[in-house]
Write a protein that binds this ligand. Structure first.
Ligand SMILES: [Zn+2]
Length: 183
């Protein structure tokens, strides 16, 4: 069983435009821009043996405004730029009431089944409360990047910049290993 780092796509792995206090998800390759701040931390965490898994809600797939082809193009750019092991997508609309649309934790359970992930020793990184809530349901530790979308629900830690990520994860991971070794 391996520990993983789950990374929310929009706002962490790629930049998201903001309009009227809302994040706008990029819908075409032209609008898609990898977040350079994520490159170094992800390389380092990969080196440390973490599985790196992107997750994203893409309701545009079922609502019809996100083409699957453009999404695949964007994701191949993402996979070339960042050392991701996998990328899990919820294609459903809110009204579908699926178990995988965050704040539900279905994507993490799906990934955990496929990759034999130890969720208790895994982390969720996002700038939005929905992921922190999903992390809580799955038993992962949540690290929220400070943003207007952090909300007031449960989260474990807040970072002010992605450059804090490696240190935070290393520190928490090694203390949880110490704890486990005591038993
Ligand atoms: Zn879903």
């Amino acid at each position: 069983m391996k520990p993983a780092i789950f990374l929310e796509r929009d706002g962490i792995l790629n930049l998201a435009r903001v309009e009227r206090n809302h994040q706008l998800t990029p819908l075409t390759l032209d609008q898609f821009q990898v977040n350079d701040d994520a490159i170094e931390p992800l390389r380092e965490l990969k080196k440390q043996g973490f599985l790196l898994v992107g997750t994203t809600n893409q309701p545009g797939l079922s609502r019809g405004y996100q083409s699957r082809r453009e999404l695949d193009l964007m994701h191949s750019v993402l996979r070339r730029a960042l050392p991701l092991d996998d990328l899990f997508i919820c294609p459903h609309d809110e009204t579908d009431h699926c178990p995988c649309r965050k704040p539900q934790a279905g994507l993490y359970f799906e990934a955990s089944f496929k990759w034999h992930i130890d969720l208790e020793r895994s982390f969720v990184v996002s700038d939005k409360w929905q992921d922190a809530q999903a992390a809580h349901l799955a038993g992962c530790t949540s690290l929220l990047l400070k943003s207007p979308w952090n909300g007031s629900g449960h989260h474990d830690f807040v970072m002010h910049h992605l450059s804090e990520l490696v240190q935070k994860v290393t520190q928490l991971h090694s203390s949880s290993c110490l704890l486990l070794n005591q038993f």
